[in-house]
Ligand binder design. Structure first.
Ligand SMILES: NC(=O)c1ccc[n+]([C@@H]2O[C@H](COP(=O)([O-])OP(=O)(O)OC[C@H]3O[C@@H](n4cnc5c(N)ncnc54)[C@H](OP(=O)(O)O)[C@@H]3O)[C@@H](O)[C@H]2O)c1
Length: 236
């Protein structure tokens, strides 16, 4: 894919990994739509990223299909095309399963799992037209379970399965589908405040560079599931 002026929609691009991906995709000349749940945060992030002709900020809660449909409609009305979608928005709550609240469970399922479906549902017709690319942000937690992770693991194992099956369904339309499964990334995830202490982690722009590599990959080749981890994990 020649990336200049191509249009990407990144859910949850107001901060963290999504924001880092947006920064990198702008450096190769793409037009970028980011989303988040609150107008102020999205507007500020979009303004930091670039000018209105290259960046738009959309208020959309991925857990609501109607929001995602509206977001894609705005992108199509603005730029007339949609070439790549990053289903990135996600939340994590970590607790022993007997202590996890129903609200925490529900928010993870609605955001991390149903949200990924809603984003695909809202964008798939536009991607058929563009023969585009749909990428989910799963996690190494989608292949490795751990104590306190039952809810989060359930959603990310689900996202990996969902994405791989969707890949089989959509490749006949020449839509590429991949899932990226990162280990620790320096973001605001789970209340983290990125700082020097996160220097050993993957940085959001590293995931952005990985996305560029995927988008530039020859049409005949599809890395459908990508595990990515810090080279030298923190010594605890
Ligand atoms: N950080 C890690 O170590 C790591 C590792 C593997 C995978 N991941 C995955 O990477 C993705 C991005 O996480 P991150 O680390 O960048 O976390 P983050 O810094 O907390 O950012 C999360 C983003 O998701 C948005 N968001 C949350 N709920 C949303 C909803 N219902 N609708 C729309 N946007 C929503 C947030 O925007 P608002 O708050 O403005 O709504 C924010 O932009 C998640 O799927 C996460 O599970 C993270």
């Amino acid at each position: 894919m020649n990336l200049r002026d191509k249009v990407v929609y990144i859910t949850g691009g107001s901060k963290g990994i999504g924001y880092g991906i947006a920064e990198m995709l702008l450096t190769v000349g793409m037009r970028v739509a980011i989303s988040g749940r609150t107008a102020k945060t999205v507007k500020e992030a979009a303004e930091r990223l670039g000018t209105e002709d290259r960046v738009i900020g959309l208020v959309s809660d991925v857990s609501k299909l109607k929001d995602e449909e509206e977001a894609v409609k705005t992108i199509m009305d603005t730029w007339g095309q949609l070439d790549a979608v990053l289903a990135n928005a996600g939340v994590g709550h970590f607790a022993p399963i007997d202590e996890m609240s129903v609200a925490q469970w529900q928010q993870m399922i609605d955001t991390n799992l149903t949200g990924v479906f809603n984003t695909l549902k809202g964008s798939v017709e536009a991607l058929k037209t563009s023969k585009g690319y749909y990428i989910t942000l799963a996690s190494l937690a989608g292949a490795n379970f751990f104590a306190n992770g039952a809810g989060y693991n359930a959603t990310k194992f689900g996202v990996v399965g969902f994405t791989q099956a969707a890949m089989l369904d959509l490749r006949k339309y020449d839509i590429k589908v991949s899932t990226i499964m990162p280990g620790s990334v320096a973001s605001h995830f789970n209340g983290n405040e990125p700082s020097e202490k996160d220097a050993w982690k993957i940085q959001p722009e590293d995931i952005g560079k990985l996305v560029i590599d995927l988008l530039k990959m020859h049409p005949r080749t599809l890395p459908s599931k990508i595990e990515v981890r810090p080279s030298r994990p923190d010594k605890k």
